[in-house]
Write a protein that binds this ligand. Structure first.
Ligand code: IPE
Ligand code: IPE
Ligand code: MG
Length: 252
């Protein structure tokens, strides 16, 4: 069976990934500073985490800071790092209440030390919980691939990997998302229709949904619209529609 065809329950949704975009525009539209949009965006995370729990989602991945976002003005980057720190401090309670394991996805080494320490601590404290909130921080797919290739090459050098035996399952263990299932649904808010270097390999067979709503206002209705759209689609993983229907009839 091809490696991409591991999801036999074609419509089951385990993992939703969200590109939380439009904070700046939300603020600009109201004559506010961009940072006000980011604050409002951080406030919205709790609601969406709760909506994910309601549908018993296994993994919610949120794109919070890309490896390209360092190019923004220093004041904005500093403000985002400060918001990240307060988010981690304030949302511990929520994670415990909702039984959610928080884990980062990205090149964590480059984040400020206080943020790194908090991430490590929260990740450890919540590791036994069944659901996952993956925060994509200093994340970019190209960076991820380069880092993975370096680690893989090292493992080949050490004699722990053999290039003749490489397959996607083995290689994907070197990605930041190593132990996470692939996203079933990828949502981008704010009406932009691009992936901006987010989970490009993991989303090979994800359903993509573009919401016109800016992230600070992406609430229950917008989330439910995305889920509804997802459930109306037919995921084929390279097969024909007829084959998928046969599998459904057979209950597979
Ligand atoms: C998303 O909102 C948050 C981050 C990228 C950190 P933006 O800041 O990109 O908002 P827009 O796209 O400028 O509206
Ligand atoms: C993607 O949004 C990154 C996050 C949501 C964290 P951007 O706003 O940085 O993407 P581009 O630059 O518009 O493609
Ligand atoms: Mg943006």
């Amino acid at each position: 069976m091809p490696e991409t065809d591991s999801n036999s329950e074609h419509s089951k949704i385990r993992h939703v990934a969200i590109i939380m975009d439009g904070n700046g525009r939300w603020a600009n539209e109201r004559g506010l500073e961009r940072i006000e949009g980011h604050k409002k965006g951080v406030d919205n995370v709790e609601l969406v985490v709760k909506l994910a729990s309601e549908i018993d989602l296994e993994v919610l991945t949120l794109f919070a800071f890309s490896s390209e976002n360092w190019k923004r003005p220093k004041a904005e980057v500093d403000a985002l790092m400060a918001l990240l720190e307060s988010f981690l401090l304030e949302k511990k309670k929520l994670l415990h209440e909702q039984k959610i394991h928080l884990r980062p996805v990205g090149k964590i080494e480059d984040l400020p030390e206080n943020v790194r320490n908090l991430l490590r601590e929260t990740c450890r404290e919540t590791q036994s919980y069944p659901r996952t909130l993956a925060l994509a921080l200093n994340y970019g797919s190209r960076l991820e691939v380069l880092e993975a290739v370096k680690k893989y090459a090292q493992a080949v050098g050490d004699g722990n990997e053999h290039p003749d035996e490489i397959c996607w399952k083995k290689f994907s263990k070197y990605l930041y998302t190593s132990d996470l299932p692939d996203p079933d649904l990828m949502i981008r808010t704010s009406g932009e229709t691009r992936l901006s270097n987010f989970l490009l390999l993991q989303s090979a067979y994800a359903e993509i949904y573009y919401s016109p709503v800016n992230w600070p206002e992406f609430g229950r209705e917008a989330f439910e619209d995305a889920l509804k759209s997802y459930h109306q689609r037919e995921r084929r993983f390279g097969k024909t529609g007829a084959q998928i229907q046969e599998l459904k009839v057979a209950g597979k």
